[in-house]
Design a protein around this ligand. Structure first.
Ligand SMILES: Nc1ncnc2c1ncn2[C@@H]1O[C@H](COP(=O)(O)OP(=O)(O)OP(=O)(O)O)[C@@H](O)[C@H]1O
Ligand SMILES: [Mg+2]
Length: 253
């Protein structure tokens, strides 16, 4: 269970999260929606202890992580598998070495076992053929898959965190990534997916959080989402009527 208890955070005078309280179970499938700069990525960073709130507490499995040191936070981070918005592969390492890096970092597997596991994971996300390529040689969709593979490599997380996993991808690749996310959740593991795309959010989530200027102004299920009278949300979901996505367009403000 993830709990935010009156969490506030600011970058200087920019109040990114304002008195945020919420709880999310590890098995939930949650989409966090909102406009650019509204604090979506910040929420994920707070969960991982990469950002310390200025006020409030963050409880993971009932433990306050805001008072933990780096070593204590490492243990918390192992509960999550995070795929960052930028995908952030190491430019100077091949696809294979990018994935192997995490295994070397977090496990004591032999080189032979690492090699086998890397192949397994890469084939799972459908990029085994690209194993020896450098990140710059990959398409956007492949890059995203390798980033997913890398985050899966090291350990068995309790929950997945995805930051804009489909933004910038064509509809087919975006759909493939959504399927992958659903596959990875097959054993009841939940995820939080941050996205601009309501089409993908609807494919993935059962619970929807809308964030605006650091405040959650909607928290509900599919039914409530589709029938809400809130004009901002109605504008946001109106893209569904066109059967297309917004190509990363911002949340209307
Ligand atoms: N390292 C930083 N230093 C200063 N300000 C930052 C930093 N990172 C983010 N911000 C600011 O904090 C606010 C929230 O950023 P955040 O990355 O959480 O937004 P977001 O909702 O994820 O946006 P996007 O949809 O564009 O990814 C923005 O106003 C942003 O400019
Ligand atoms: Mg972001």
């Amino acid at each position: 269970m993830i709990e935010f208890d009156h969490v506030s955070f600011a970058y200087g005078a920019n109040h990114v999260l304002q008195d945020l309280s919420l709880s999310i179970g590890f098995g939930e499938r949650v989409a966090v929606l909102g406009g650019s700069g509204d604090g979506k990525t910040t929420i994920l960073k707070v969960i991982l202890g990469l950002i310390k709130p200025d006020a409030g507490r963050v409880l993971i499995d009932g433990e306050d992580i805001t008072t933990r040191d780096e070593e204590g936070l490492r243990e918390i981070r192992m509960k999550f598998s995070m795929v960052f918005q930028e995908g952030a592969l190491f430019d100077s390492l091949t696809v294979k070495e990018n994935v192997a890096f995490c295994l070397r970092e977090y496990t004591h597997l032999s080189e032979e076992d690492i090699d086998r596991k890397v192949r397994d994971i890469l084939s799972m996300v459908g990029v085994e053929a690209a194993m020896h390529l450098m990140p710059e040689e990959l398409s956007g969709g492949m890059h995203r898959r390798v980033a997913l593979a890398r985050s899966l490599a090291a350990f068995d997380p309790k929950m997945f965190l995805y930051d804009e996993p489909t933004t910038g991808l064509d509809p087919i690749n975006a759909d493939n990534i959504c399927r992958l996310i659903l596959d990875l959740a097959h054993n009841g593991k939940g995820y939080i997916v941050v996205t601009h795309k309501v089409v993908d959010a609807l494919k993935l989530a059962e619970r929807f959080l809308f964030l605006k200027s650091g405040v959650i102004f909607f928290d509900g299920g599919r039914e409530e989402l589709m029938t809400t009278a809130d004009p901002d949300i109605r504008r946001f979901i109106s893209e569904l009527n066109y059967g297309t996505d917004t190509h990363g367009e911002d949340f209307p403000s």
